[in-house]
Design a protein around this ligand. Structure first.
Ligand code: MN
Length: 189
């Protein structure tokens, strides 16, 4: 049985960029529902004994396991998203990461510009990611719906949820303002 992992900060810790109300719905309703659905789908199957990451890689791109993949990936993606943020973030104080970001994107500003462009270009529900590719280079990629870099042999380093439920209560249709808050104030970079 999977259980809802603890949030690494209080529900109101990301205000004013993400409200306590949004976090309450997003964590206690959306994230919890993916966990409940997954538990139901895998009970009495071989998946019930697997680690979450293993469930994701075993069910990726297999139509008969679509519902298990979608819920497992959403469980993992949300936990990773909570850990992609912190109060007073986005300072890029880690010297090694600073070097990699400036080397692979030109500058932190250019990284943020590209990340925001990809977030705005994701049509409908999905996720935007900073990943390390198989050649060790940093890249920004977007995925649709529940899809996750774990299913594509990419190493995720940071993500932002761009499903409407992530920002609609606070920003309505203004996804760009939500992304600005994430990139300039909340990311763990
Ligand atoms: Mn979400």
């Amino acid at each position: 049985m999977l259980t809802l992992p603890a949030l690494p900060y209080a529900l109101n810790a990301l205000e004013p960029f993400i409200s306590e109300r949004t976090m309450d719905f997003h964590y206690h309703k959306h994230h919890q529902t993916y966990i409940d659905n997954l538990n139901k789908l895998i009970s009495n199957t071989p998946f019930a004994k697997m680690e979450l990451e293993k469930i994701i890689t075993e069910t990726a791109e297999q139509k008969q396991y679509g519902a298990i993949f979608n819920n497992a990936a959403q469980v993992w993606n949300h936990t990773f998203f909570w850990h992609s943020m912190k109060p007073r973030g986005s300072q890029l104080k880690n010297p090694a990461l600073y070097e990699r970001i400036t080397s692979d994107f030109g500058s932190f500003e250019q990284f943020k510009t590209t990340f925001k462009q990809e977030a705005l270009a994701q049509f409908g529900s999905g996720w935007v990611w900073l990943i390390e590719n198989q050649r060790g280079k940093l890249e920004i990629v977007k995925t649709s719906n529940a899809d996750t870099p774990l299913a594509h042999h990419l190493l995720p380093l940071l993500t932002c949820d761009v499903w409407e439920h992530a920002y609609y209560l606070d920003y309505q249709n203004r996804r760009g303002e939500f992304i600005d808050g994430f990139l300039n104030h909340l990311s763990i970079l």
